[in-house]
Design a binder for this molecule. Structure first.
Ligand SMILES: [Mg+2]
Length: 127
């Protein structure tokens, strides 16, 4: 649930891994704690990556995060149909593999630095 400005909206965030999360190869600018805190605040979170799903799940397990979904890039539309949220975001580092895929699946797209600048990020993580 989003808590700023008196609004309570359910936000779903799909994270690309490589080039987006610090855990990625190459590492991106988003810390795993970004995901952890988002989940703690009631966001629906998961990964959407070209890594095998088993590898995605193993990565989350290593960090003790129980994600709501872990899917391949072509499955983003299914995520949207499986979860009810007010806003759907995909965060990634590639124009072709993230931005275009997200927009085709009906997600709003954010570059990693844009995610860090979001009001919900400030409201939730700068307590
Ligand atoms: Mg990437």
């Amino acid at each position: 649930m989003e808590r700023y400005a008196g609004l309570r909206r359910t936000i779903l965030i799909s994270f690309d891994i490589d080039g987006t999360l610090e855990e990625g190869d190459p590492p991106g600018i988003l810390a795993i704690d970004f995901v952890r805190e988002a989940q703690k605040d009631g966001f629906v979170v998961g990964s959407c990556s070209d890594r095998p799903i088993s590898a995605q799940r193993a990565m989350w397990e290593r960090h003790g995060i129980e994600v709501d979904f872990a899917v391949s890039k072509h499955m983003l539309a299914e995520v949207k149909s499986q979860f009810s949220a007010d806003v759907y975001y995909h965060i990634g580092d590639r124009e072709d593999l993230d931005k275009r895929v997200a927009e085709q699946a009906g997600f709003a797209f954010l570059w990693p630095h844009e995610a860090l600048a979001k009001p919900w990020h400030k409201a939730s993580f700068r307590r």
